[in-house]
Every structure is written in structure tokens, then in C-alpha cells.
Design a protein around this ligand. Structure first.
Ligand code: OGA
Ligand code: MN
Length: 208
């Protein structure tokens, strides 16, 4: 299968994510996965959705857990870390290389991760929030990878990042783009998707 950036290209992407996070509170890179893998992941998502395998996401953990579409309206499906689906494998293996790189270069101690597919149907959103739960502090870094073909500003669905000094940066969920930030520090918001499903894979690097 035609994946694969060279190790050097991959490390430049990892550096872009990390440098951005250190200097601007978030990092992003385009083409986190090659186009074939992005298409494969998108097809997976559509198939899961048609098979009724995507379910409303909740907010909070354990006793705090609740479904509240006034806060969050996406449908999700968790990815098994031992998945043998070719495209999920390529993504998870790359994420694992990123974790190794991060631990080696930044002395982090990430030892677990969790990722899910997400689809925000038209008019769905996720209000301003942090990704780390008060009751469970394992989530250290958030990483979102977008799967949307030909997304334009008219489609809505931008991600707002609430930075220090009341600065707000917006990112559109463009195909292949990845965004990376600290789960307990950076508040962010997914604006309503206006014209069509907004699709992504979102997840967390954890210390457990
Ligand atoms: C999340 C989230 C951001 C995005 O799933 O917690 O904030 O742009 N996602 O999809
Ligand atoms: Mn979030």
C-alpha cells in the first residue's frame, strides 16, 4: 500500500506539532497521513455509520458521565488499539511512533492512548471545553486528525482554540490536517457544521 513518508519527513511533522505546542500552545501539520490512508479511514467511518456502529458521545467519566447534546452532538466509535484494519493500523502505528518521539525528545511519560472516529452531523457542535476530566487526569495531549474532502469556510465546523491573552485561533477541519495541544490547558470549541457531516479522528495521549 502506498503509505509512508520518509522517517525524516515524519520527524519534521512531529517537530511541527511539538514546536507549535511549545511556542503557541498548539501545533498543527498538514498531510499527517497520506491521501490513500485518509480516504481509507473516511470509508471506514462511513461504513461504521451506515452499520449503526457510531453512537452519541458523552461528557465526563463514570458517575459524571452524561449525554447532553446541548454541549456535544457528535457520534463516535472508539478504535481498538489492536485493530487489524489496514488504515487504522497505519494511523495507530504512526501515533505510536509519535509517542516514542515525544517521550524521547520531551521527557514525557506517555504510556497509553485512545482514539475515536467522530462525525458531527449538520448543526452539531461541541461547546467550549477542556479534554481532561476533573475526575480522571490521564489525558495529557489531544490529537485530532481531519478526514473532510474539500472543506470550505461555508461548511462551518471550525475549531476555535482559546489561547492566552484572550487570543483565539481558528482552524478548519481540512483533510489530512492534524492539531495537537495539551488536554488540561487549552480550551477549545467545535462550531456547528453547517452543510454536511464533519468527520475526524480525535484522541488522547495518556499517562496512566
Ligand atoms: C473533542 C474535540 C475537536 C475537533 O473531540 O474533544 O474537541 O476539532 N474535537 O474535532
Ligand atoms: Mn475536545
Amino acid at each position: 500500500m502506498n503509505n509512508e513518508f520518509s522517517i525524516e519527513q515524519e520527524e519534521l511533522q512531529f517537530e511541527a506539532l511539538i514546536d507549535g505546542l511549545l511556542n503557541n500552545q498548539y501545533g498543527f501539520t498538514e498531510s499527517f497521513m497520506d491521501v490513500d490512508t485518509i480516504s481509507g479511514l473516511r470509508d471506514n467511518l462511513f461504513r461504521y455509520r451506515e452499520n449503526g456502529e457510531m453512537h452519541p458521545a458523552g461528557i465526563g467519566k463514570k458517575f459524571d458521565y452524561q449525554k447532553n447534546t446541548l454541549v456535544r452532538g457528535d457520534l463516535i466509535k472508539w478504535i481498538d488499539e489492536n485493530s487489524t484494519n489496514a488504515f487504522e493500523r497505519l494511523l495507530l502505528d504512526k501515533i505510536n511512533r509519535f509517542i516514542t518521539y515525544l517521550n524521547r525528545t520531551c521527557y514525557t511519560s506517555i504510556n497509553a492512548s485512545e482514539f475515536h472516529y467522530a462525525t458531527y452531523e449538520v448543526n452539531s457542535f461541541y461547546k467550549r471545553h477542556l479534554d481532561q476530566f476533573k475526575s480522571e487526569k490521564g489525558r495529557k495531549f489531544s490529537l485530532v486528525i481531519y478526514l473532510n474532502e474539500d472543506w470550505t469556510p461555508e461548511d462551518g465546523g471550525k475549531l476555535s482554540l482559546y489561547l492566552n491573552e484572550n487570543k483565539i485561533d481558528d482552524l478548519y477541519p481540512l483533510k489530512g490536517r492534524a492539531v495537537f495541544f495539551k488536554s488540561d490547558e487549552l480550551e477549545h470549541e467545535v462550531h456547528p457544521s453547517l452543510t454536511r457531516n464533519r468527520i475526524s479522528i480525535a484522541g488522547w495521549l495518556k499517562s496512566v
